[in-house]
Design a protein around this ligand. Structure first.
Ligand code: NAD
Length: 510
């Protein structure tokens, strides 16, 4: 394989900071009760993963900031107009937000790349772009006048009652988002929550707050009443203060399973509603009747090696490949990785992101060692480029073969550019191995046999499955089972997550 240094454009240290200055980035504040304000409990730095330079600082909201935000949200929900606004009025407030996000999409994309090193080409037009965030607000603004209940036929003649249900807002929503798709995860939570009449306190990842601060400013400039949307920045302590707050009715969390489990274990205190979008160790099954092994191999290696370099929850990091096409698969995976281009994340030619933090880089490298200790064979990658890239958290995409599905590298979420290739002979073995996982987020099937495609898709224990490709849309649900989470985001499924059903009965004889 060609050395990663050869393929890299140089990362000019000052380039990141020059773009920051061009975008007019200011130190972050909290947004509470309709006001941008300082405060909280100290400040922390946000570091760029491509160079490890400090980009800016944010306020750590801490318990006091969270208390203030939840109090404002409680007032807005318990005493304010938002939950009771007529559908047309709520739509009238959300629609200009859609237009404002569309208008700012390029700036939002640049801020997202400044946040987490996502290559600008993906940030501008990929599935986590500002445009998709605007689409998400547009989609949910469209639901507002269609959130209906049901009526029921009389069950017996004992009473003469008319039964009906209403869908009502859940209340104060704590939205907690990860670093990897800040723009998309913001929109996936805030848009449906507001559409249903909830109020929101959002905490972005401490690793990626800039694009979300810009989106929050769009909401600040809208006609949302004070307290309906609030932003608290900070790390795990602030997240914990928010997710355990008894003034919160629901937590909508996207992040790691470890934190998701903590949130679930404390939510019982006041019976908080939960949506948990957690990690994955998804499998893609490549059958010998796939249209073209090259496409399958390039797709799967590409998902691990480009965009966020495998730091995406739904990435299939286990390639279950029929033994008869194994060598061909590895050959084309190697071909794909030659096209990986590290370097300046704002260069449209850059294909791949650095690892988000030094700590996570250590974790990824530790799994490269673990895989070899377990007896898997590293075909390529797993090393750190030097030269101009040495200051950042770069690691070259790695491919393991001779992997046993019970090995740690095949069972644990690594969150980095490592693809494990596991051979199979029979369809039933492939299904068994795909399901032999603590996780169940996404999955893939490569075949031209339609019956096989549906048979295997139905047998896979996951929240979603892509047949010969995978993509998410604002109007279709995604989410996980087992350790991958609870609930669904996208389309009507999210309306259900953000509403409570109230049954009202009327005695027709009274
Ligand atoms: P993370 O769990 O470390 O952090 C996520 C958020 O939780 C951050 O805002 C963080 O500050 C906050 N947090 C940390 N400790 C907390 C606590 N005790 N209580 C409340 N909040 C706390 O995850 P991450 O590194 O930002 O993101 C990567 C993880 O997210 C991966 O596991 C990935 O698979 C998952 N993810 C899942 C989806 C999905 O849709 N299923 C999407 C993106 C990312």
């Amino acid at each position: 394989m060609k050395g990663v240094e050869d393929m890299a454009t140089l990362v000019g240290k000052s380039r990141i900071l020059a773009i920051r200055d061009r975008l007019g980035v200011k130190p972050g504040q909290l947004y509470i009760d309709g006001q941008w304000r300082d405060g909280g409990e100290g400040r922390y730095d946000q570091i760029h993963p491509a160079t490890n330079e400090v980009v800016t600082s944010f306020a750590e909201a801490g318990r006091s900031g969270v208390d203030a935000a939840v109090a404002a949200a409680r007032r807005a929900f318990d005493e304010g107009p938002w939950p009771h606004l007529a559908a047309r009025e709520r739509k009238r407030i959300l629609q200009p937000i859609v237009e404002a996000i569309y208008a700012a999409e390029e700036e939002i994309a640049h801020l997202q790349t400044l946040d987490n090193g996502m290559p600008i080409s993906f940030s501008l037009s990929g599935r986590v772009s500002g445009r998709v965030a605007a689409d998400m607000f547009d989609h949910y603004a469209g639901w507002i006048d269609k959130i209906t209940g049901e009526t029921f036929p009389q069950y017996s003649g004992a009473t003469n009652m008319h039964y009906m249900t209403f869908r009502e807002a859940v209340g104060v929503v704590a939205a907690i988002t990860p670093w990897n798709g800040p723009v998309m995860t913001f929109a996936m939570k805030v848009a449906p929550a507001l559409a249903c009449g909830n109020v929101v306190v959002l905490k972005p990842s401490e690793l990626a707050g800039l694009a979300i601060a810009r989106l929050a400013d769009i909401l600040a400039q809208s006609d949302l009443p004070p307290g309906v949307f609030n932003l608290v920045t900070g790390g795990p302590a602030t997240g914990e203060a928010l997710s355990t707050h008894t003034g919160v009715d629901k937590v909508s969390f996207t992040g790691s399973p470890v934190v998701g489990e903590k949130i679930m274990s404390t939510a019982g205190r006041n019976m908080k509603r939960l949506t948990l979008e957690l990690g994955g160790k998804s499998a893609a099954l490549v059958f010998p009747d796939t249209r073209d092994v090259r496409t399958a191999a390039r797709n799967l290696m590409g998902l691990c090696s480009t965009f966020l370099s495998g730091q995406v929850c739904s990435t299939p990091t286990r390639a279950l490949v029929h033994r008869s096409i194994l060598d061909e698969f590895v050959h084309y995976a190697q071909e794909q990785v030659q096209e990986v281009k590290f370097g300046d994340p704002f260069d449209p030619a850059t294909t791949s992101a650095p690892i988000i933090s030094k700590r996570q880089l250590e974790r990824v490298l530790s799994y490269v060692a673990i895989g070899q200790e377990e007896g898997a064979r590293l075909v390529f990658g797993g090393d750190q480029p030097g030269g101009d890239l040495a200051g950042g958290n770069w690691v070259s995409p790695a491919l393991f073969v001779d992997v046993d599905n019970r090995m740690r590298i095949a069972q644990e979420e690594i969150f980095g550019p490592i693809l494990c290739v596991i051979p199979f002979e029979e369809e039933s073995d492939a299904i068994h191995m795909a399901n032999d996982s603590d996780y169940g987020l996404s999955g893939g099937i490569y075949t031209t046999d339609l019956s096989r495609a549906f048979r295997v898709a139905k047998a896979m224990r996951t929240g979603s499955v892509g047949i010969n490709g995978y993509s998410v849309m604002p109007n279709s649900p995604a989410g996980g089972i087992k350790r991958s989470g609870l609930g669904r985001e996208g389309g009507w499924a999210t309306i259900e997550e953000f509403t409570e059903i109230k049954t009202v009965m009327l005695n027709l004889d009274a």
